[in-house]
Design a protein around this ligand. Structure first.
Ligand code: NAD
Ligand code: ZN
Length: 249
């Protein structure tokens, strides 16, 4: 492991354009359950039943009750962890160009990251299906479900449900970075949700090096140049601190 960490430090120090791709795993240390893996949401509920746009349109009250409501409660109080903070620090030092995240929890922004591509939208905002009015998720209560706008329309979160497409601006920007980056740091994603899972593959085809951080191997691991097995917080902190140390004489 130590040799791999040293190798990652070397690769990151030399890279002229590094981007990160993050998934639910980077927020696990903030107390937000992932969709897959131990302690995940999908152990308890069927994703296609609850996180599909058709399910939401058919029975918004039920999807709010089972999925969105519990996520809102967690997200309202979640704080960024060391992994988010380390990526923000790398950006500040111009060692990271952007974070492409599949997360909808705004924790990268809360940690201080400025360039964040929200591939799957955000949970921070809700849109009324009746009149298009937007409001903050933090400002609504869950007393009556589904939450409704003044006009009587149902609020939906501004995240991408299964069955919906990736926001065009996010997809276009992500693809630009993917085609140009020299290194992609892939953190805490099961690399199974498309098209996000294609991003490291495309980067690799464009000769980028892939550094993957995850406690469990994923379908991407065979393709990754370096697999750093473990939790995002300690590993990203370690990398960031090591890159801070100036090269010796
Ligand atoms: P996923 O739930 O499919 O996979 C989570 C991955 O994180 C697993 O590979 C797991 O091994 C890894 N992991 C667990 N603990 C970790 C840790 N401490 N450090 C690093 N990695 C760790 O996540 P996904 O690939 O992002 O896909 C799920 C979809 O669910 C995404 O589209 C995302 O939008 C959504 N989602 C978002 C949140 C959030 O915003 N925090 C939470 C749950 C799901
Ligand atoms: Zn409305």
């Amino acid at each position: 492991m130590e040799t791999r960490i040293q190798k990652a430090i070397e690769i990151l120090s030399r890279s002229r354009l590094t981007v990160a791709l993050t998934g639910a795993g980077i927020s696990v240390e903030s107390g937000i359950p992932p969709f897959r893996g131990p302690g995940s949401l999908w152990d308890k509920i069927d994703p296609m039943e609850f996180a599909h746009i058709d399910a939401f349109m058919k029975n918004p009250a039920r999807v709010w009750e089972v999925l969105i409501g519990s996520m809102k409660t967690i997200l309202d109080t979640a704080r960024p962890n060391k992994g988010h903070l380390a990526l923000a620090e790398l950006e500040k030092r111009r060692l990271l160009a952007t974070v492409i995240t599949q997360n909808v929890d705004s924790l990268h922004q809360k940690a201080g990251s400025r360039d964040v591509i929200e591939f799957h939208g955000t949970f921070a905002k809700l849109t009324c299906l009746g009149c298009g009015h937007r409001t903050s998720s933090a400002d609504i209560t869950l007393t009556t479900l589904p939450p409704r706008c003044h006009c009587g329309g149902v609020y939906r979160p501004d995240c991408v449900f299964f069955g919906e497409s990736i926001p065009l601006s996010a997809l276009t920007r992500a693809q630009e970075f993917v085609s140009q980056c020299e290194v992609m740091l892939v953190v805490g994603t099961s690399a199974t949700v498309q098209p996000a899972a294609m991003m490291p593959i495309l980067a690799k085809q464009n000769n980028a090096r892939i550094i993957e951080i995850n406690p469990t191997p994923t379908p991407l691991t065979a393709t990754s140049d370096l697999f750093l097995q473990g939790n995002a917080g300690p590993i990203l902190t370690r990398l960031t601190e090591a890159i801070a140390i100036p090269a010796g004489p």
